[in-house]
Design a protein around this ligand. Structure first.
Ligand code: FES
Ligand code: FE
Length: 465
């Protein structure tokens, strides 16, 4: 059986089920590295992490290790973090500033633009370039491998290994609007967000797909965060804002795999934000004034508010406080999570300090909320690995038939109720299409493909109440 055949039929969009194999199987995992991670746009980092010439930040794209750099001229590069001589991991630090990356193995050295260089005395560069290599080595051919497509989108740096991939903005489709609001609460003013106090990273024994399918629309899981409410460390104190907003909805892009939960367009007028950060008046005041200014700016304009996932593995919270979480795959049953925290660059220092401490107690490896989720995901992975367990699919049938096209945004579907699993299916449908190796024409232009399964919610007559 070919890998493409093997990838067909694992996701049944019409019935709302997905095989457990896609969460535990080693062959499917290896196939994903080529079919999904080598073709998708992946978040690499944020420009605020490399503000100066020769700054670097070590990141990942799927299993590949990459270095995000700013060269002496200020240009941004994403380079494969492996020496072209014999494969040594070139940069062993998480971030920093350097004029040269010198390989620990035999000392080949590369500038921050990725070129294999010459240095006086040949101590670095290519040691022994004259005496040992007899000047025959063509250094221009042995620079670091470059990610062929990179984009700086509102401060976030994205990379794609596929030179034929569509532009990031086309890839995002209508979700671009939502991402815009997540990345800059000032909506285009110069003072955009910056990454606050480093990136939190941790490894968990779960499949990477649990995270994006959680953040794209699994609102029902908030029941497992009850402990966070009881100890009163959430942004809205002892209450969960998730349960309290009228008019909340799930929104997804069936043909692009992105989606989120939140509020859109006119619904904003009906929506009153519950008080948040009551324990920290200075933060509450800052956010309230920022929200008021934003409401004023957006008057009469369409916008989204909430949290979501960009296919395949980048998720974000667009509300204050803003965070990004990336699920890096380490194997079928291990994931490395990286969480970035964004704050307005010109926020007062005391607000930044409270947020830094808040982020550590609420999310990240030490945060109670994250621990709830990670326990769910790792235990579900563990309990799905058995030979018998694998034969029983996961269920995604909640709310099927209760969504409709969302007219203000072409290509978007929505469910008026907050509790629906349509978005998880939207993500799984996209995953399935990538795993079948479809062309970009088929993926982006809705070319009818034999065997296509229409999205079930659009077929149903039921409408939400
Ligand atoms: Fe890097 Fe040899 S592996 S210099
Ligand atoms: Fe959660």
């Amino acid at each position: 059986m070919t890998t493409t055949e093997r990838s067909t039929g694992l996701v049944d969009v019409r019935n709302g089920t997905a095989s457990r194999e896609i969460f535990v199987d080693d062959a499917i995992y290896r196939d994903e590295q080529e079919k999904v991670f080598s073709r998708s746009w992946l978040l690499v980092g944020h420009e605020s992490q490399i503000p100066n010439p020769d700054d670097y930040y070590v990141s990942r794209m799927g299993e590949e290790q990459v270095i995000l750099t700013r060269d002496k001229q200020g240009n941004i590069h994403v380079l494969l973090n492996t020496c072209t001589h014999r494969g040594m991991k070139l940069c062993r630090y998480d971030e920093g500033n350097t004029t040269l990356f010198t390989c620990p193995y035999h000392a080949w050295s590369f500038s921050t633009d990725g070129n294999l260089v010459s240095t006086p005395g040949e101590l670095f560069g290519v040691p022994g370039y004259r005496a040992r290599y007899h000047e025959a080595l063509d250094k221009t051919k042995w620079g670091l491998v470059r990610v062929p497509r990179i984009v700086n989108y509102r401060g976030t740096i994205w990379g794609n290994w596929d030179p034929d991939a569509p532009d990031l903005e086309d890839y995002l489709g209508g979700m671009k609007m939502w991402l815009d609001f997540a990345l800059d609460h000032r909506d285009g003013r110069d003072a955009g967000g910056v990454v606050l106090a480093g990136v939190q990273k941790w490894r968990v024994g779960c499949n990477w797909k649990f995270a994006p399918t959680n953040f794209i629309g699994d609102v029902a899981h908030v029941v497992s965060h009850r402990s966070v409410d009881m100890v009163n460390i959430g942004p809205s104190g002892a209450g969960r804002r998730d349960d309290k907003r009228d008019g909340a909805s799930v929104f997804g892009w069936p043909d692009l795999g992105h989606g989120g939960t939140g509020w859109a367009g006119a619904l904003e007028e009906d929506y009153t934000q519950p008080p948040s950060f009551g324990r920290f008046p200075e933060v509450a005041e800052y956010f309230e004034s920022a929200r008021a200014a934003r409401r004023e700016r957006l008057k009469g304009r369409f916008h989204f508010q909430g949290k979501g996932t960009i296919f395949p593995n980048m998720s974000f919270h667009e509300e204050q406080p803003r965070t990004i979480i990336v699920a890096h795959p380490n194997g079928p049953c291990e994931t490395e999570f990286w969480r970035y925290y964004l704050v307005d660059e010109d926020a007062p220092d005391n607000v930044k300090d409270v947020l830094r401490r808040y982020f550590m107690s609420y999310s990240g490896p030490a945060g109670l909320t994250e621990q709830d989720d990670l326990e769910n995901w790792s235990a579900a992975t563990e309990a799905s690995r058995g030979r018998v367990a694998r034969d029983h699919p996961y269920n995604y049938q909640m709310g099927l038939g209760y969504s409709e096209p969302y007219e203000p945004v072409p290509g978007c579907v929505w469910a008026r109720q907050l509790f629906s699993e349509q978005n998880q299916l939207i993500w799984l449908k996209r995953w399935s299409e990538f795993m079948q190796g479809r062309s970009w024409d088929q993926l982006m232009h809705r070319v009818e493909t034999p065997g296509d399964v229409p999205f079930p919610m659009l077929e149903a007559e039921a409408t939400s109440a």
